[in-house]
Design a protein. Structure first.
Length: 86
């Protein structure tokens, strides 16, 4: 999980092997989820798909980061500055 988060912070797509409820957290990092026990042929297809689409997935992660930053910045401004900008 930590590696997925670090990679996402750099715009690098990841695949998280989900083996318990905490694995769902990886969705917030834009990771593809692979359930533990998935047959190897399905897992390899997922790896191939991510490899093929890595540039688009990276762009999605970067855009998500921009959107979240804008939301957080707006909330902080409202909270700390009472809605006054600048």
């Amino acid at each position: 999980m930590h590696g997925i988060g670090i990679a996402a912070s750099q715009g690098i797509p990841g695949i998280c092997v989900v083996h318990d409820l905490r694995g769902e957290t990886a969705r917030g990092f834009g990771a593809q989820l692979l359930q533990a026990g998935t047959p190897i042929d399905e897992a390899l297809r997922l790896f191939d798909a991510v490899g093929t689409r890595h540039a688009a997935l990276s762009g999605d992660i970067v855009e998500h980061k921009r959107q979240v930053e804008a939301i957080y910045t707006s909330l902080l401004q409202k909270s700390l500055l009472g809605g006054v900008s600048g």
